[in-house]
Ligand binder design. Structure first.
Ligand code: NAP
Length: 282
């Protein structure tokens, strides 16, 4: 067997074209484009590239963006003050704080300064709670992107055994909860998991969210499983041993071109949603 490859770029493009239509409608009604404000602290080249990609994408889809930068020596209180100012700025609909931030910054304190109605990256505890409780709120973008990929390929998680490797608050934990909300039977694995190979080999759906190149071996994949690789390691390498896994899986995401593109698409879609909701509430 050789897996069908999940085309994340095509799925992302569909989300983006829908977002562009909604952004244009919003601009026509309100006389302004939806706006994403980005906050970058320090000069990490990868973070800089990610922010640049997001603001470029805003332009192509018809959103405004504001890029805010603070030096790498900035204190938590300065970053919080900037985010709090953006939270009350009526011309800003969504706020994205690029992370990781420099080590002296208390990331949680910064995230909590984002008002939940502008938390289009889904990083506040209010957004996390809403997602966990199935309430209205913005999901963390990569987990939501993964659910779009599964839906696009008619994968119904109900009753499936899903194994999520990784339990970070922005990726592993929320994607497991979204799968649970869709009635999958979810197991989380992490750095202290004993017998990772055995757990993964029982999965109908494997989500790799670790950040360790090719940690998940192809031989661990159950025949006919669905493999979603959210890992992104230097050299465009995922967390899954792709070629060997593709021989056993039914569906697999490539790296790059799988999960990654949907993350930005969800971010922009949620920014337009935030703008629409703010306009209705006004
Ligand atoms: P993270 O915060 O470093 O979390 C990594 C998780 O992997 C932790 O829960 C850790 O367990 C677990 N882990 C580490 N070593 C392990 C091992 N040997 N066996 C099993 N589990 C292990 O990373 P993250 O932010 O979630 O990101 C994970 C990956 O996704 C990275 O490659 C990142 O670049 C990528 N990512 C991609 C996107 C995208 O848009 N495509 C977005 C976000 C992240 P403990 O909790 O026990 O430490």
């Amino acid at each position: 067997m050789s897996a069908d490859v999940i085309d994340g770029i095509a799925v992302a493009n569909r989300i983006l074209s829908d977002t562009a239509v909604r952004a244009a409608q919003f601009a026509e009604i309100t006389g302004r484009k939806p706006c994403l404000a980005t906050v970058l602290v320090g000069d990490d080249p990868a973070s800089h590239t990610y922010v640049q990609m997001k603001t470029n994408r805003c332009r192509t889809v018809g959103l405004n963006s504001q890029a805010h930068r603070l030096p790498k020596t900035a204190a938590t209180v300065e970053v919080v003050a900037l985010v709090a100012k953006l939270a009350t700025d009526n011309t800003v609909d969504g706020i994205l704080v690029q992370h990781p931030m420099p080590p002296q910054i208390d990331e949680r304190q910064v995230f909590e300064a984002i008002t939940p109605t502008k938390d289009v990256d889904g990083v506040t505890s209010a957004s996390f709670a809403a997602m966990a409780l199935g309430d209205k709120g913005f999901a963390s973008c990569t987990p939501a992107g993964i659910m779009h990929l599964l839906d696009a390929y008619d994968v119904d998680p109900a009753g499936q055994r899903a194994v999520v490797v990784g339990r970070s608050s922005i990726l592993g934990k929320p994607v497991g909860m979204l799968l649970l909300a869709r009635d999958a039977t979810v197991t989380y694995c992490h750095s202290k998991t004993v017998g990772l190979a055995g757990v993964v080999s029982e999965a109908d759906i494997v989500v790799a969210a670790v950040g360790r190149p090719r940690l998940i071996k192809g031989s661990w994949i159950k025949s006919g499983a669905i493999v979603v690789d959210a890992g992104y390691n230097p050299g465009n390498i995922g967390d899954v041993e792709y070629t060997a896994a593709a021989r056993r899986a039914r569906l697999i995401t490539p790296v790059p071109g799988g999960v990654g593109p949907t993350t930005i698409a969800v971010l922009l879609a949620q920014t337009v949603e935030a703008a629409e909701a703010a306009h209705i509430a006004a």
